[in-house]
Design a protein around this ligand. Structure first.
Ligand code: FE
Ligand code: FE
Ligand code: ZN
Length: 292
């Protein structure tokens, strides 16, 4: 256990005037050795040109501070819905956004792009899963960024796709460029989707059987405000939710997840990011009950 390679960080802001340099500084201030960022607001597609983002300075500072760029994660905008079979215009727009984002991700020297697979909008789920695979195959055929797309396991809120390992496996099997696809496992999402984290070995075995453990590239570590199978997706601070500190710690230090980047997406507390304290809790393996 002593030589466990813990790669831990949180999502961080990317805002002017420092942009990416500010993101790296924020991560360092939390005692993190990785981080996740959005290349712009996740809710829209407006993007600051990369030339303004201080990328080279940011990467230098990251490396000086023990952050391996191979572990730095980029998150795609929420607007992208590759599962859209209803409106061709928005489907094309989604593909365009993903193409742009892959390029941006590689400009920021990140090698992994987390993507929400999409929504069925009430249509046939299998056809929508086919649509996701079709879109990714089309994009990867032309794209030479080398960036890996990590599809995120979803809570199954509304019509979210890839709400279980079967749906995820179905999409991944259809991807032609296997080396460019992987999975991001979100602990809040799988709890809300019906997976009982009190038996994580069982979950990981199922993941391995259906998808393959080597496809697991990122863990989003979040507690949940809601019970198992609630299909809600509301993140809670580490140890303050229905999953609890011990079960999350068990995930974080799982020998099978050694060296896989783990990212906190827990809520701010009274407007203040909790990540320094949460990372301390995780490193010391001791729950701090005074955060809220
Ligand atoms: Fe996400
Ligand atoms: Fe997530
Ligand atoms: Zn979520």
């Amino acid at each position: 256990m002593n030589d466990y390679n813990l790669i831990i960080g949180s999502h961080v802001k990317m805002a002017g005037p420092d942009y990416y340099l500010g993101s790296v500084k924020e991560a360092i201030s939390y005692g993190a050795n990785t981080f996740m960022f959005y290349t712009g607001a996740p809710q829209n597609s407006r993007r600051v040109p990369t030339e303004k983002c201080h990328i080279n300075e940011a990467v230098d500072l990251a490396i000086e501070n023990n952050i391996n760029m191979d572990n730095v994660i980029c998150h795609a905008p929420y607007l992208i819905n590759l599962g859209n079979i209803v409106n061709n215009e928005t489907f094309e727009l989604s593909k365009q956004m993903l193409k742009t984002e892959l390029k941006r991700c590689s400009d920021f020297k990140s090698k992994i792009l987390v993507l929400h697979p999409g929504s069925s909008l009430g249509e046939d789920r299998v056809l929508c899963l086919d649509q996701i695979a079709f879109a990714i195959n089309e994009i990867l055929e032309e794209d030479n960024s080398g960036v890996l797309i990590a599809l995120e396991t979803m809570a199954g809120k509304g019509n979210e796709l890839c709400k279980n390992f079967d749906e995820m496996a179905y999409v991944l099997k259809k991807i032609v460029k296997k080396e460019r696809i992987g999975v991001c496992l979100d602990t809040c999402h799988i709890n809300d989707a019906g997976y009982d984290l009190s038996n994580f070995d069982c979950i990981i075995n199922e993941f391995d059987e259906k998808i393959g453990i080597e496809k697991l590239k990122v863990i989003h570590v979040n507690d949940s405000k809601n019970p198992i199978n609630s299909h809600k997706d509301r993140h809670e601070n580490i140890g303050y939710g229905t999953i609890g500190f011990d079960k999350l710690l068990n995930v974080i230090y799982s020998p099978k997840l050694n060296g896989i980047p783990k990212i906190l997406e827990t809520p701010y507390i009274n407007g203040i990011p909790p990540y320094k304290s949460e990372i301390e809790m995780i490193k010391s393996k001791k729950f701090n009950n005074s955060l809220k």
